[in-house]
Design a protein around this ligand. Structure first.
Ligand code: GDP
Ligand code: MG
Length: 168
């Protein structure tokens, strides 16, 4: 099995940390050169059963001008070409305008599994998780899967990989 996974989320939610955990040092080798393009291949995860190519979608924020608008559009185009989308949010922060802007774009993505990854669960109490999940279920696409994870601790990351490979 092989395919592309697009990772999206506002800055500082932990996208790079998650990718680093999954693809290890490959990301460091690839990321410098890739900074020049909008949708950059960030790394490739390979096992005997699967190959997953990860694409970061940077610069995803509300455009201030037409160049910004162009860049944001090309960033979002990756969502339509991917075999799966991982939308990463920060469990320790309230859902905000940056999240909502992306969620509105995600509503336009059809026939592609969209995962909600609630990252940084190491920063919250277990009892708060339900509330966090609930806050991302109103006015949002129907998430194919919801994974609470910790990119720094590695919690639930192997399960996440197994799941996305199943969907390729
Ligand atoms: P990006 O902008 O989405 O790529 O976010 P980064 O991967 O650069 O992470 C932003 C900050 O959040 C860094 O200081 C990370 O160490 C931290 N971070 C990322 N994932 C986690 C996590 O699961 N738990 C905690 N506590 N911090 C995290
Ligand atoms: Mg990053």
């Amino acid at each position: 099995k092989s395919g592309f996974v697009a990772i999206i989320g506002r800055p500082n939610v932990g996208k790079s940390t998650l990718l680093n955990r999954i693809v290890g040092e490959k990301i460091a080798i690839m990321s410098n050169k890739a900074q020049t393009t909008r949708n950059k291949i960030q790394g490739i995860y390979t096992t005997d059963k699967a190959q997953v190519v990860f694409i970061d979608t940077p610069g995803v924020h509300k455009p201030q001008n037409s160049l910004g608008d162009f860049m944001v559009k090309s960033a979002f185009s990756a969502l339509h070409e991917a075999d799966a989308v991982w939308f990463v949010v920060d469990a320790s922060q309230e859902r905000g305008r940056g999240d909502n802007f992306i969620i509105d774009r995600l509503k336009e993505v059809k026939n592609t599994p969209i995962y909600l990854l609630i990252n940084k669960i190491d920063l919250i109490e277990k009892s708060e998780l339900f509330h966090v999940i609930e806050s991302y279920q109103a006015d949002a696409p129907e998430w194919t899967e919801i994974f609470p994870i910790s990119a720094t601790e590695g919690d639930n990351v192997p399960e996440l990989l197994d799941s996305v490979i199943e969907h390729l």
